[in-house]
Ligand binder design. Structure first.
Ligand SMILES: Cc1cc2nc3c(=O)[nH]c(=O)nc-3n(C[C@H](O)[C@H](O)[C@H](O)COP(=O)(O)OP(=O)(O)OC[C@H]3O[C@@H](n4cnc5c(N)ncnc54)[C@H](O)[C@@H]3O)c2cc1C
Length: 394
């Protein structure tokens, strides 16, 4: 537990209790939760790269990049089930929050499809684990590739597991709503910042692009891939991966009731309420380094485009007949071990990390932001699994 130490009298110009660094959904969620309890300033960064939050497909999916079975092998079943529950709370919280803001979250569930026999074996083991950890075990379905075709989920897959708790939100609407909700409750500055030397009493000093400084007692670093430039500790902990998306024209019929995540979540797609198909993918199995280390979110990679179209032609035949009407890229922040960084960094309890989502931040950040809020306000220890705290990197 960190606990907020308020030493400045209210109203001191340029002095805050908490600085939240970032302008994406992680920063806005935590700022929203803190704003009624402390003097909060949100430093939202520069014009580029754009927040990954504004590029997201909106799929809210329990778990992480590694399947539950793989996580259980790496960390043991107790840790894997703790992560599954924690990420389930994150999904539920985000969907509830979207509802509360009047943004009509969908509770569609999601399909986790497997491309080959090995992945399918791993996912069948995962389904058994999930059933063991879930009250409503019967709602977690495992179905064969053949049945997927008859359900119109796609073809050429080995099989799929249906996770009923997942859903879809509109990330742009969420960003807009949270941003306007902060008006009058927190100061919002459109500037990049970096943490400088602290004052003798431990007060943190942030340097803005303009050369001015801000003082605060606690810093929440929620700057996505940009976190590496906010504080030196993040430099070796995060790396960028560029994700690329495309949107087709309106399909002639409703083909997909729920989003689909494939190849350990490297690809995902959904049919949007408009009837269009949205598809996002990143590193491809045969070339895993592809798009890793790339930080330019203004360029469409023709190589990735060719792979995405090939994938769609093979697994969702016909969808490209409606044409591709939109393409975009965005930068995901991935931690060294693929798990999020949530909590104080080693050696400095006044710097709280809230980043490193491995391309699935929308799904995880709501609970992580609540945990960081509890840490900042010195409330009872949140139930953040210990292997998500930055000190695991020591
Ligand atoms: C194409 C694409 C599709 C995606 N689809 C999904 C999905 O369907 N489901 C899902 O769960 N996740 C998805 N994601 C991932 C998800 O969007 C991100 O993980 C999540 O939005 C990250 O939120 P964030 O607030 O941590 O970071 P970001 O949204 O990236 O925000 C980072 C912010 O920090 C600011 N910043 C950077 N440096 C500084 C600095 N020095 N000072 C101040 N501010 C700074 C930036 O300006 C930005 O505002 C997708 C990502 C992409 C790119």
């Amino acid at each position: 537990m960190v606990g907020l130490v308020v030493t400045k009298p209210a109203g001191t110009a340029g002095a805050y209790d908490i600085a939240v660094v970032g302008g994406g959904l992680a920063a806005l969620f935590v700022a929203d939760a803190l704003a009624d309890h402390a003097r909060v300033v949100v430093c939202t960064g520069g014009k580029s790269p754009k927040p990954a939050s504004s590029r997201s497909l909106g799929i809210v999916a329990q778990g992480g990049q590694d399947s539950p079975a793989r996580l259980a092998l790496a960390l043991g079943e107790a840790a894997a089930s703790a992560y599954w529950r924690w990420s389930g709370a994150a999904v539920a919280l985000l969907l509830e929050r979207a509802d509360a803001l009047g943004l009509a979250a969908q509770r569609s569930g999601s399909w986790r499809v497997s491309m080959g026999a090995e992945e399918w074996g791993e996912w069948q083991s995962s389904a058994e684990l999930i059933r063991r950890w879930t009250e409503d075990a019967g709602s977690v379905l495992s179905i064969s590739g053949q049945e997927l075709v008859s359900r119109d989920v796609g073809q050429g897959f080995e099989g799929a597991v249906y996770v009923p708790t997942d859903g879809v939100v509109d990330p742009q609407a969420l960003l807009g709503s949270l941003e306007s909700g902060l008006q009058g409750r927190a100061s919002v500055l459109a500037t990049r910042v970096a943490v400088g030397d602290a004052l003798a009493d431990g007060t943190k000093r942030l340097h803005m692009e303009t050369g001015e400084t801000l003082e605060c007692q606690l810093v929440v670093v929620a700057a996505g891939w940009g976190s590496a430039a906010v504080h030196p500790w993040f430099r070796d902990m995060l790396y960028p991966v560029r994700l690329q998306g495309l949107r087709t024209g309106t399909l002639s019929e409703r083909r997909l009731e729920a989003p689909v995540l494939a190849r350990h979540r490297f690809e995902s797609w959904l049919q949007e309420p408009s009837g269009q198909l949205g598809f996002v993918g990143c590193r491809w199995a045969e070339q895993p380094e592809m798009e890793a280390g790339v930080t330019d979110d203004t360029v469409i990679s023709q190589e990735v485009d060719a792979r995405q179209r090939g994938f769609l032609a093979q697994h969702l035949p016909g969808v490209l007949d409606c044409g591709v009407v939109d393409q975009w890229t965005g930068i995901a922040s991935v931690s060294c071990d693929g798990l999020p960084l949530v909590g104080p960094i080693p050696g400095d309890p006044r710097i709280l990390a809230l980043c490193g989502w491995g391309g699935w931040g929308l799904s995880l950040l709501a609970q992580a932001a609540m945990d960081v809020t509890s840490m900042a306000l010195g409330r009872d220890d949140p139930e953040t699994p210990s292997f998500l705290t930055p000190r695991r990197m020591l």
